[in-house]
Design a protein around this ligand. Structure first.
Ligand code: NCD
Ligand code: ZN
Length: 447
């Protein structure tokens, strides 16, 4: 029997992997489709019965097939803080959590203020990674001493007021202007931690008053005023207060001022802090229920907050289980963000379009990543298969070294079961099926 011409073309194209009969979001609705992958790339999306033959077929019946999350705010530590997290454990956590690209913050030890430290990080990530790992740089004490050799391999410049990144400097208007001028000269976003309070708080009460919503809104106002004078692209990290979100909404101009929110500020409030240890200690702190509701509104209804980022900030159990005042700030997020956000979709708190926009498409766009963040023909095959199964979050099942989570015991309704990076299955039902360093890239910003 003669083969149809379509079949012949398919044979010539040699589909490497077919994700068959999964639920792909088309026009906002889960729709049964198959995804064909050739090499690193999505070759096409096919209706039932029209799929090309493939070397490997994965049955995805009843599972959501989605673009992997792009998490633009992650602390992978490594180097001298490998005891908290390293590129192996952190990117395993990402893959198991349905995150296919992470961008690593520069407040490592040593911090990313020079090309030589960035090279050390890139080399270690290349050997250990299971997903794509991008990088940010910090700003030195003397802004004019910024190492321009960093520019080609970073996705943004981070303003962080504490050690190890130029701790102790004052972020006055002239320094903010200089930082914005620097980032816009190289067409990079200036990411900014909207809390300039310094020093340690001696009690829970002092921690909350030191890092108040007033502080956050003031910091946002200062940076937005500078943006309006200097221009460039300002990205506000982890917006946590209604007042700060409202300020951003009023000052928004697409792609000049962007913002992110974390899952802990969307799902938790100060009322969820039980006990005296540091399980829920994070910067910015958890806020009121009312702040939380405004953040959802700004994310989904007003689009004043562009995207969701985990701010995965790993610490050891000992560092978290101390008395609140002594415990370190930061929570693991790579293995809980996608399950929590998809649960919000399934519970109709947000739509599928909101999920794809805030967790995949807009992070890629803010960072200028070519070929990422969308599940469509010609895009990179960075994909997660998610099973609609209910389970309880348990920190001791994490691949991350950081296993103390304020989400302990919480029920979610979505479990990432298979993660594909650049067309390769990396993670499959709890197991890693490739070795470290065999997939992934250092994503670069399109210019
Ligand atoms: C972060 C960390 O530990 O690096 N901690 C945190 O509470 N979020 C730093 C940060 O992003 O503020
Ligand atoms: Zn952070």
């Amino acid at each position: 029997m003669l083969e149809s011409s379509a079949t012949v073309v398919w044979r010539l194209m040699a589909i490497d992997l077919l994700l068959k009969d999964g639920l792909v979001i088309l026009q906002g609705k889960p729709t049964k489709r198959s995804i064909a992958i050739v090499g690193h790339t999505i070759e096409g999306i096919y209706s039932d019965g029209e799929e090309p033959p493939a070397k490997e077929v994965m049955d995805c019946t009843g599972m959501y097939v989605l673009p992997g999350m792009i998490d633009m705010h992650v602390h992978l530590r490594d180097l001298n803080q490998s005891y908290k997290e390293d590129y192996d454990s952190g990117t395993r956590a990402a893959a198991a959590g349905g995150v296919t690209t992470v961008v690593d913050m520069p407040n490592s030890v040593p911090p990313v203020l020079s090309r030589s430290v960035l090279d050390m990080k890139i080399n270690r990530a290349r050997k250990q990674r299971f997903v794509n790992v991008g990088f940010y740089a910090g700003i030195p004490r003397d802004v004019t001493a910024f190492d321009t050799a960093l520019v080609g391999d970073i996705l943004g410049i981070k303003v962080y007021p504490h050690a190890p990144l130029a701790g102790g400097v004052t972020w006055n208007s002239s320094r903010i202007h200089a930082a914005l001028q620097l980032s816009s000269k190289y067409n990079l976003p200036l990411l900014f931690h909207p809390d300039l309070a310094r020093g340690k708080a001696a009690s829970i009460t002092e921690f909350f008053s030191k890092h108040s919503c007033k502080e956050e809104a003031n910091a946002v106002a200062m940076f937005v005023a500078a943006l309006q004078e200097v221009g460039g692209h300002l990205h506000v990290c982890h917006v946590s207060c209604a007042s700060a979100a409202e300020l951003i909404m009023k000052s928004r101009a697409e792609e000049i001022l962007t913002a992110e929110v974390t899952p802990h500020h969307l799902f938790l409030s100060r009322d969820d802090i039980h006990g005296q240890d540091g399980t829920s200690k994070v910067l910015p702190p958890l806020r009121s229920r009312q702040d939380r509701e405004v953040l959802w509104y700004m994310l989904c209804k007003r689009c004043a907050i562009d995207c969701v980022a985990s701010d995965h900030a790993p610490h050891t159990r000992d560092e978290k289980m101390r008395d609140f005042a002594e415990a370190l700030s930061g929570l693991p997020g790579l293995e809980t963000t996608v399950p929590l956000m998809i649960t919000a979709v399934l519970e109709k708190r947000m739509t599928w379009a909101d999920y794809l926009r805030t967790c995949c498409y807009l992070p890629a766009r803010i960072l200028g990543l070519r070929g990422k963040g969308i599940l469509a023909k010609g895009f990179d095959a960075d994909i997660v298969v998610v099973s609609p199964e209910e389970y309880e979050i348990q920190g001791d099942t994490f691949f991350s070294k950081a296993r103390v989570t304020p989400f302990e015991g919480r029920h979610v309704k979505a479990k990432p079961v298979m993660t594909i990076v650049e067309g390769q299955i990396v993670y499959d039902h709890g197991r890693f099926v490739v070795g470290p360093g065999l997939v992934g890239c250092v994503p670069v910003r399109k210019r």
